[in-house]
Design a protein around this ligand. Structure first.
Ligand code: FUL
Length: 450
């Protein structure tokens, strides 16, 4: 087929809406693995800190608390999973072991675990029940296994501890089904040398699609604070020793002041406004959000906390209920044959608009059909082709003139731009790139406030 016939066929296919990924577009630059891509699409998860600290009003205990204190009266991770689902969360990461070394599963490698507790006569296994509850509810499951261990005697000997930690990786990745995220941090243990490369190898041998988060040779990076906030400019590609890596960021933050449940911090739960701000500055800046909700001594998420996270999701759903750009007429400075502008507004996450190579000033417009009041625009890049946008400007035409309403830097997985409400007939987004050709998976237009 001649090139012009190919282009004709391509545009006919595009016009008919048959624009799946054929022929595959050439990505430019560094791109995510399929697992990273799937993780980025989850956007929002629940962190659950629940262990021996819960029963002792502690955040960091030193490995000497008696296992006899661990005794939830109504342990029910199905309730956690229900809360997470109702709150719009797509995954859950559970503390199998915190810094104190207490194991919430009956590890074969230590007695400092639920097996030595009175809970269910020492026959309980929190990790199993949490994993099963997540699976039943359709939540992806993750495990936090703290490298810093203040109980294990082997911790004093690097090589012995590496064996211990690796044995526990093996237990947890062999006996509990799919683990989507392996969460480990560098807190405490300063001066201790961990065999991060060995842990990563063990992890990938056992479950190649499991993503290591935060510390060590991770697939997901820590955003750098525990406030739940990603910076305005967030690149997924980070250079390590001069080599580019796709390294998406996760924001972790507790709902209350502390990570574990305490007797005296119920009134420290973040307000709805605060949580909404966190959502907009994490997910809305292109990062993932892992919000911690702490079960109490019953082993249940307190009703007030459950209500707060549900309220957050209800609000997000209300703000982003009606996309005024959906299926509206689009235009662009240029496009590639199979990827015309309208694919940014078709609501299909697998299609995208891509500007033509060499387009130095790409822009896309969407006609809203009428004059509408709008106060937010949601943009997403099509990440299988890489992240390219380094700057963007949102402009509105009210029937008379164009006004600039928002200027931002990166887009990446998602960018939520909120501005004072304005009337608009046409919305235009101008893009700037440092290198490569931008591809927009989504352009949404909303009115949230009012
Ligand atoms: C930190 C820990 O020290 C905190 O206790 C908490 O688990 C938080 C999520 O990570 O590194």
């Amino acid at each position: 087929m001649s090139p012009s016939a190919l282009a004709f066929t391509a545009s006919a296919l595009a016009a008919a809406g048959l624009v799946a990924a054929w022929p595959p577009e050439r990505p430019s630059g560094t791109t995510p693995t399929p697992e990273q891509l799937a993780w980025q699409d989850l956007e929002y998860g629940m962190f659950v800190h629940f262990s021996i600290n819960t029963f002792n009003d502690m955040e960091w205990s030193d490995g000497t608390l008696s296992p006899s204190t661990f005794n939830p009266t109504a342990f029910d991770p199905k309730q956690w999973a229900r809360v997470a689902k109702d709150a719009g969360m797509k995954y859950l990461v559970f503390t199998a072991k915190h810094h104190d070394g207490f194991c919430t599963w009956p590890s074969a490698y230590t007695d400092y675990s639920v097996r030595s507790s009175p809970w269910r006569d020492g026959k309980g296994d929190c990790v199993r029940e949490v994993a099963n509850a997540c699976r039943e509810a359709g939540l992806r499951f993750g495990i936090y296994l703290s490298p810093w261990d203040r109980h294990a005697p082997s911790y004093a000997d690097n090589a012995a501890y590496d064996r211990y930690y690796t044995d526990q990786i093996r237990e947890l990745l062999t006996n509990y089904g799919d683990v989507m995220e392996w969460w480990c941090d560098g807190a405490g243990g300063e001066g201790h040398v961990y065999d991060w490369a060995g842990y990563y190898r063990a992890l990938k041998q056992l479950q190649p699609s499991c993503l290591q988060a935060i510390a060590g040779n991770s697939d997901i990076r820590w955003v750098g604070n525990e406030d739940g906030l990603a910076p305005d400019t967030l690149w997924n590609v980070v250079h390590v020793d001069g080599q580019p890596y796709w390294w998406p960021a996760e924001c972790d933050v507790p709902l209350r002041r502390n990570w574990f449940w305490h007797t005296d911090d119920a009134d420290s739960a973040k307000s709805l406004d605060h949580l909404l701000d966190i959502y907009h500055r994490s997910v809305g800046h292109g990062a993932g959000l892992l919000l911690n909700v702490a079960p109490d001594r019953r082993g249940l998420i307190p009703e007030a906390d459950a209500a707060r996270v549900r309220e957050l999701w209800d609000t997000v759903c209300r703000l982003y209920r009606l996309d005024m750009a959906r299926s509206r007429a689009c235009d662009a400075s240029s496009s590639t044959p199979l990827h015309p502008a309208r694919l940014a507004c078709d609501g299909d996450p697998n299609t995208y608009w891509r500007a033509a190579e060499g387009d130095a000033r790409p822009w896309i417009t969407v006609k809203l059909g009428d004059t509408r009041r709008i106060d937010r625009v949601v943009l997403e890049e099509y990440l299988p082709l890489g992240q390219h946008v380094s700057g963007f400007r949102v402009q509105c035409f009210d029937g008379d003139e164009w006004t600039n309403v928002f200027e931002g830097t990166t887009i990446g997985h998602k960018r939520i731009a909120v501005f004072a409400a304005v009337p608009a007939q046409v919305v235009r987004v101008r893009l700037q790139t440092e290198a490569g050709t931008p591809a927009l998976r989504s352009l949404g237009v909303y009115l949230g406030e009012e």
